[in-house]
Ligand binder design. Sequence first.
Ligand SMILES: NC(=O)c1ccc[n+]([C@@H]2O[C@H](COP(=O)([O-])OP(=O)(O)OC[C@H]3O[C@@H](n4cnc5c(N)ncnc54)[C@H](OP(=O)(O)O)[C@@H]3O)[C@@H](O)[C@H]2O)c1
Length: 361
Amino acid sequence: MPDCTQLWIDRKDIRTTKQVTSALPALGAGEVLVAIDKFGLTANNVSYAVTGDSIGYWQFYPAEGEWGVVPVWGCGTVVESSCGEVPVGDRLWGYFPMASHAILTPGKIHADYFVDVVAHRKDLPAVYNQFRRTQAEPEFLQQLENERCLLFPLFMTSYLIYDYLIDNNFFGAQQVVIGSVSSKTGFGLAQMLHNDKDVSASVIGITSAGNVDFVKGLGCCDQIVVYENEAQIDASLPTAYVDMSGDARLTIALHNHCGEHLVESCMVGASHWQEGGKVGQLPGAKPRFFFAPGQIEKRNKEWGPGVAMMKATAASAEVAALITDDIKVEWVQGAESLSQHWVKLLDNKIPPSTGLMVSLL
Ligand SMILES: NC(=O)c1ccc[n+]([C@@H]2O[C@H](COP(=O)([O-])OP(=O)(O)OC[C@H]3O[C@@H](n4cnc5c(N)ncnc54)[C@H](OP(=O)(O)O)[C@@H]3O)[C@@H](O)[C@H]2O)c1
């Protein structure tokens, strides 16, 4: 068996990392060994670490003591197999560890996916336990591996929020304000709203001064507002707020500015991971967490199982094609370099025009 390299994160101080290389155990019956040759790294992974204990993200790939392994969206190939239905050479896309290898236990095996049925994952959200067997998927998807690692997990969420807004007639809003719009999840949503001719609500993106040009270049916002300038937003119009920043100051400022015209306040992310905090009683709609699996479940009942995810995949591919020249992929090789890029990500030193793709193999 090969050695496995992992990057462990101190769960109490996520800036502290440790490279761990260890011999892999021999496979048990029904297990497969996957060599993970690529994964994406974005603020979403930071959120997994920040909420690792409260939401349970540390439980997918347990480490030891105070340490944790951050999950990542990546691609890998089965290099050893004790599972007849998932042979060596199978190509997979899914929720892997920040590591060179992973041992999975395939169950509920279909031509195009299986579920990792390892005991400790049993009570974790099903969406993360499913591994796509990509060779059984349409050819165009097989050509989009990097996009699937770096963009799709975020754009699929953008699609579910877009669908949630449509499903609720935008709560009567005439404008949608997106916090941290330069994030992939943020501008993915802006693109989907902007490109839908049936959507009449205008799209307002809030971002940092340094990211205005990037957002302008995407051409998906009717108005771009820099943090602290929220007063530029027309408060007389019914407004829906979708927040990727988790920035308490911004939430408070927007609610106070729009007052009762803030008809929806949807908390999706926390890219400003150090700026969270209690927001207290605010005018307008009560802020509530967006629960993507809830929207999937609702649509599965209405549209049939799997249809929402198929639509989300198609919408992701569409936006990925649109922005292909706007994001330059930077490859990060090895645990030492990953550890440095992890800290840069924590410190907001990765520009939105850079897409980090990593390999620890
Ligand atoms: N609930 C869900 O199901 C779900 C699903 C997907 C993503 N999300 C969340 O959406 C958020 C965005 O994720 P993403 O992967 O799309 O992000 P991303 O593309 O990596 O976002 C980059 C942008 O986030 C802001 N940012 C990043 N790091 C920062 C830092 N340390 N301090 C301040 N601002 C920082 C900056 O934007 P600005 O200057 O524009 O603020 C930056 O341009 C994450 O919190 C993620 O967890 C939630």
